[in-house]
Design a protein around this ligand. Structure first.
Ligand code: UT7
Length: 330
């Protein structure tokens, strides 16, 4: 049996209605619109409602991606949700999303945590599973409700993060040349203290102390993360282009993880690619971790930045530190 060529058949995204501006944050912590804008490029972010969990954002994005692909939930037999903020430690958010979407029970559903690189890890995993011919259509979703894990008293982190979800449907290429060209994943373990949620897992289970000390919130050494992130994403881009014999000029649009405009700018300078070839929406959503790349990808397609035949480069880094890059032809 010839093994199938796998392509992205549809994209979708969802952002909560509530917009939180820099000026509003300046009333909560000692910060300013000027500081946040010049250091990060972020102007606003979205915050999920109290009664919205990550699975709600994920299901909405998944539904939009299915519509875009012209498929129904019954066509899906693999659901992967990349997230660091699942509804609860168990069951997997993907099973809750399955139920909300009405994906049938013959589907394999699981979560994957590679922090902000999670979507690229999910894409690679689904690509491999579909390429085997054992699964036909996959829904790969990056979804986060980071507002539930942000310390709203810590100005060094609370200005950065937001809530969102993005999704793609993967399946056999429809004979139009569209396909996933390649994917490279990496991890530099040993840097967990640069970016983590220290408590709430098996190493430090939640107790009254951990809650009052804020150990269940995101902790980050921002300056150190910044430097490693730039190096890692540059390496990932250079290696994947070399592996596939492509030059940077053949990339129509780069869709980077949206953590900080200065990080994207540093990569654009070191690669010699002008910033306008990158798709950027960090100004509107901040850092939405695993949702960041698929949300940007969906918006880039809707904005006409990704056309038939184009090759796009997706690149991300995150806690772990994990990082990776993918090449996709449309
Ligand atoms: O998905 C991966 C997630 N993480 C990242 O991508 C983060 C990567 N790092 C960054 O984006 C940047 O390092 C930050 C935006 C987090 C920080 O920018 P920075 O230019 O590296 O600032 P810094 O941490 O070196 O802090 C500079 C100053 C400090 O004051 P002093 O010590 O110079 O007096 C901070 O206390 O800015 C202060 N500061 C703030 N001031 C106003 C830190 N946060 C704020 C704030 N408002 N929100």
């Amino acid at each position: 049996m010839a093994l199938p060529t796998i392509a992205i058949l549809g994209t979708g995204s969802y952002v909560p209605e509530r917009v939180l501006t820099n000026d509003e944050l300046a009333k909560l912590v000692d910060t300013s619109d000027e500081w946040i804008t010049t250091r990060t490029g972020i102007k606003q972010r979205r915050i999920a409602a109290k009664d919205q969990a990550t699975s709600d954002l994920a299901a909405a994005a998944g539904q939009a991606a299915l519509r875009d692909a012209g498929l129904s939930p019954a066509d899906i037999n693999l659901v992967i949700v990349a997230t660091l903020s699942p509804d609860m430690p168990m069951p997997a958010c993907a099973t809750i999303v399955q139920h909300k979407l009405g994906v049938p029970q013959h589907a394999a559903c699981f979560d994957l945590n590679a922090a902000c690189s999670g979507f690229l890890y999910g894409l690679d995993t689904a690509w491999a599973m579909l390429s085997s011919g054992r699964y036909k259509h996959a829904l790969v979703i990056g979804a986060e409700k980071l507002s539930a894990f942000v310390d709203w008293k810590d100005r060094s982190t609370c200005v950065l993060f937001g809530d969102a979800a993005g999704a793609v449907v993967l399946g056999p290429s429809r004979g139009d040349g569209a396909r996933i060209i390649g994917s490279r994943l990496y991890s530099e373990g040993g840097m967990k203290d640069l970016l983590c949620i220290p408590n709430g897992g098996s190493a430090f289970p939640p107790d009254n102390n951990s809650v009052s000390n804020g150990g269940h919130f995101i902790k980050m050494k921002g300056r150190e993360v910044f430097k490693v992130a730039v190096r890692e994403m540059e390496d990932a881009i250079e290696e994947i282009l070399e592996q596939h014999g492509l030059s940077v000029d053949q990339i129509a649009c780069v869709i980077p993880h949206q953590a900080n405009l200065r990080i994207i700018d540093a990569i654009s300078k070191s690669l010699g690619v002008s910033l306008d070839r990158f798709f950027i929406n960090v100004d509107r959503y901040g850092n939405t971790s695993a949702a960041s790349v698929p949300l940007a990808l969906d918006e880039a397609r809707k904005a006409g930045r990704v056309k038939r035949g184009d090759v796009t480069l997706l690149v991300a880094f995150g806690a772990g530190l994990t990082y990776g890059a993918s090449l996709v032809r449309w």
